[in-house]
Design a protein around this ligand. Structure first.
Ligand code: NAP
Ligand code: MG
Length: 495
């Protein structure tokens, strides 16, 4: 016991004696215009609504730009452009030509990777390390991957003819703005559909940069249309009669509204919704590795991740040890300027999201859970939340059942495999889960019995364009990524 105390003291001294020097990425590589119009039919068009709204940097509250607010008439204009492009050009050109355009988009994203990463970080608050090393390269990889499929659909669907559906309406959230746009646009284009896409209100800028890239790639006008706006703009897309498919990523509440709106129409729909992933540590797991995975699973991107490992189940025999290690590791996380390359945890995306997180911190305390937050200092301006864990959490507590979407981890314990499977499955959600153990057989037992779309074993939050992603239960339906990601965009006919 005495040795343990000593090593903690040494660690804290070390941290304060050797802080990292600031290493900020330069803003100068990011060209952000003062105002953006709507991207319709290959051109920048002023909104018929005549309205604009500001987008801010959540780390400083500084206004970055103002963007057009598309209303129903603007949506109608964009859908007409997409329909026209579908009938006259995109469905007619050869699959090989379609592939060339998509490859071109992928390559231009790579060329502009630095600028895109800086803009993503400025507009959304995520650390530059993540936008630089994860969001932007993974977005480019999605375009590369689906470009490869465009002229090989006959191999994707053997003995079937894959026909496009027509115009796809796509609505995305604020947590991975460019990456979500890539997840949506790449498979739609590869299968011969045209697109009307709406980014989230707080993070429109990288989608608008993508519009510039699409212009530079010389895509036929109207194949991709990008409309900025609010929830009503999304609703106008969902309710437009000339849209054949809705692809939505966002909250379960809005997903339910959309499902109701398209019921009885011939629109196809896929929904990627919320999550409350169980991350499970067995006593035989490599604990240091598991702790690092838990930290990554919940604090990555400020916990603004649908598949964040926000419920931790630790086997009782190692719970004390794991919680000690987690607390130690939390103290070394760097919270602050998202543009700094050393930052681990950036800004909360919006004032509204910070209020939601704070509401859950209050709920957790009033439910009797014990809260522990890292001692880090927070900047004066902007929206911030310390990495936080709750112990003494009961399965029925709201902080163990509801999605918080912030850097907040609820920790529960278990004794047996059966118990933890029952607890992990006791959730309205089923998007992802994690298992940490030394035993392969245990991994297979868990993956077979847990109801979640993705289950990581001895790792967490790993993504690849070739791998399908999507939920069970109230986390939605349909898959994005991989071969499965083509399916929602095609009609299969027997040949
Ligand atoms: P959200 O409020 O549902 O918004 C998502 C998108 O829908 C935004 O573009 C939003 O526009 C738009 N929207 C709002 N109301 C609408 C309506 N009535 N009809 C059509 N569109 C509407 O979700 P969020 O808060 O941005 O994102 C966080 C949620 O997304 C979390 O629950 C998270 O788990 C989920 N998510 C899931 C996945 C996944 O793959 N399963 C991935 C990422 C995020 P405004 O921005 O203008 O409100
Ligand atoms: Mg913003």
């Amino acid at each position: 016991m005495a040795t343990k105390k000593k090593s903690n003291t040494l660690k804290l001294k070390f941290d304060t004696a050797w802080p990292y020097a600031p290493a900020p990425e330069s803003r100068s590589a990011a060209q952000i215009k003062d105002r953006y119009e709507l991207f319709i039919n290959g051109e920048w068009q002023a909104p018929l609504s005549k309205k604009y709204f500001g987008t801010i940097n959540p780390a400083t509250e500084e206004k970055l730009s103002e963007v057009a607010m598309a209303n129903a008439a603007d949506v109608d204009k964009a859908v007409k452009a997409a329909r026209n492009a579908y009938e006259k050009t995109w469905r007619k050109i050869s699959a090989k030509e379609r592939a060339k355009y998509i490859f071109r988009i992928a390559r231009i994203i790579q060329e502009k990777a630095r600028e895109l990463a800086i803009i993503e970080t400025l507009d959304g608050g995520k650390p530059i390390r993540e936008s630089r090393d994860f969001d932007v390269p993974t977005a480019a990889n999605h375009f590369f991957y689906y470009a490869g499929w465009a002229d090989k659909l006959e191999y994707a669907f053997l003995n079937k003819k894959a026909e496009p559906l027509g115009v796809a309406g796509q609505i995305i959230p604020w947590n991975f703005p460019l990456l979500m746009a890539a997840w949506k646009i790449a498979p739609a284009l590869a299968t011969g559909n045209t697109v009307v896409l709406k980014p989230a209100e707080t993070t429109p800028l990288t989608a608008l940069k993508l519009a510039e890239i699409i212009q530079e790639a010389d895509l036929p006008p109207g194949v991709v249309n990008i409309l900025t706006g609010a929830g009503e703009t999304g609703a106008a897309i969902v309710n437009h009669p000339d849209i054949n498919k809705i692809a939505f990523t966002g909250s379960t509440d809005v997903g339910k509204i959309i499902q109701r709106a398209v019921a009885g129409t011939n629109k196809r729909v896929t929904l990627e919704l919320g999550g409350k992933a169980a991350n499970i540590i067995f006593e035989d797991a490599p604990l240091d590795q598991a702790v690092e995975g838990v930290i990554n699973g919940i604090f990555f991107n400020q916990g603004h991740v649908c598949c964040a490992g926000s419920r931790l189940y630790v086997q009782e025999s190692v719970a004390k040890q794991v919680i000690r290690k987690l607390k130690d590791r939390m103290e070394s996380l760097i919270v602050g300027d998202p543009l700094d390359k050393n930052t681990d945890i950036g800004a909360i995306n919006s004032k509204q999201q910070l209020a939601t997180i704070n509401k859950y911190l209050q709920i957790g305390r009033s439910e009797g859970a014990e809260m522990y937050e890292s001692a880090c200092k927070l900047p004066n301006k902007g929206f911030w939340c310390r990495p936080t864990i709750f112990t003494n959490v009961a399965q029925s507590n709201r902080i163990a059942q509801e999605e918080i979407f912030g850097p907040v981890l609820s920790i529960l314990t278990f004794r047996t495999d059966d118990e933890v499977i029952e607890k992990a499955n006791n959730s309205p959600y089923g998007l992802s889960a994690g298992v940490w153990t030394d035993k392969g057989s245990k991994i297979f037992n868990m993956t077979k019995r847990m109801r979640a779309g993705v289950i990581w074993a001895n790792t967490f939050n790993k993504f690849d364009p070739t791998s399908p992603f999507g939920g069970y239960k109230e986390s939605g339906f349909g898959r994005e990524g991989g071969l499965h990601g083509l399916l929602p965009y095609v009609e299969l006919k027997n040949i």
